[in-house]
Design a protein around this ligand. Structure first.
Ligand SMILES: Nc1ncnc2c1ncn2[C@@H]1O[C@H](COP(=O)(O)OP(=O)(O)O)[C@@H](O)[C@H]1O
Ligand SMILES: O=C(O)C1=C[C@@H](OP(=O)(O)O)[C@@H](O)[C@H](O)C1
Ligand SMILES: [Mg+2]
Length: 173
């Protein structure tokens, strides 16, 4: 089984994925970290030097590699992974993978992302909270059609990490 965490930037995929894997005694891989390790360059630097399209190609390549090779894995995707190439089809078409959408509201995402813009190239240049709110609103609207294809959806607003994990385990098994 590969449990795949999906959701917008700062929905908690990387943080919760690590905790979930630990609880289940599964391996944990964060796709962004995996790409950085394989390419020997940070995600931000890939966007800067090679551009987003190059990043999306690598993201698809490594997602498929992990889906083929791994089992007993919690895999946290990047926020854009389900929305490019045929990545969501690849997830839906393997019986090995179960996908979880970590749903968070725009205010929750803004509150988290305003302090963590620098490591996220798509929003690093956005200067005010108002502009960030507007960007996230439109972007999340475009992406929700992909996120909603997940097998399980968990709302995460105002919930502690441990409580989300508990809910997740109950829904998954
Ligand atoms: N349930 C939660 N409650 C409060 N803060 C959270 C929660 N989940 C994640 N965070 C915080 O939000 C930020 C983004 O989390 P992260 O795991 O990096 O998200 P993602 O990988 O989805 O972009 C981090 O600072 C993390 O500590
Ligand atoms: O939403 C996106 O398109 C992206 C999200 C990031 O991951 P997180 O969702 O973990 O921030 C990272 O993959 C890259 O900066 C692009
Ligand atoms: Mg992450």
């Amino acid at each position: 089984m590969i449990l795949v965490l999906i959701g917008y930037m700062a929905s908690g995929k990387s943080t919760l994925g690590r905790i979930l894997a630990n609880k289940l005694n599964y391996d944990f891989i964060d796709l962004d970290d995996y790409i950085e390790e394989k390419e020997q360059v940070s995600v931000s630097d890939i966007f800067k030097s090679k551009g987003e399209i190059y990043f999306r190609k690598k993201e698809t390549l490594y997602l498929k590699e992990l889906l083929d090779d791994k089992t007993k894995l919690v895999l946290s995707l990047g926020g854009g992974t389900p929305c490019y190439s045929n990545n969501m089809d690849a997830l839906k078409n393997t019986s090995k993978a179960k996908s979880v959408y970590l749903k968070a509201s725009i205010p929750t995402l803004v509150a988290r992302l305003k302090n963590e813009k620098s490591k996220r190239p798509l929003i690093a240049h956005i200067e005010t909270d108002e502009l960030l709110t507007e960007f996230i609103g439109k972007h999340l609207f475009e992406r929700t059609q992909f996120y909603s294809l997940s097998d399980v959806t968990i709302t995460t607003d105002n919930k502690k990490e441990e409580d989300i994990i508990e809910e997740l385990v109950l829904q998954l098994f």
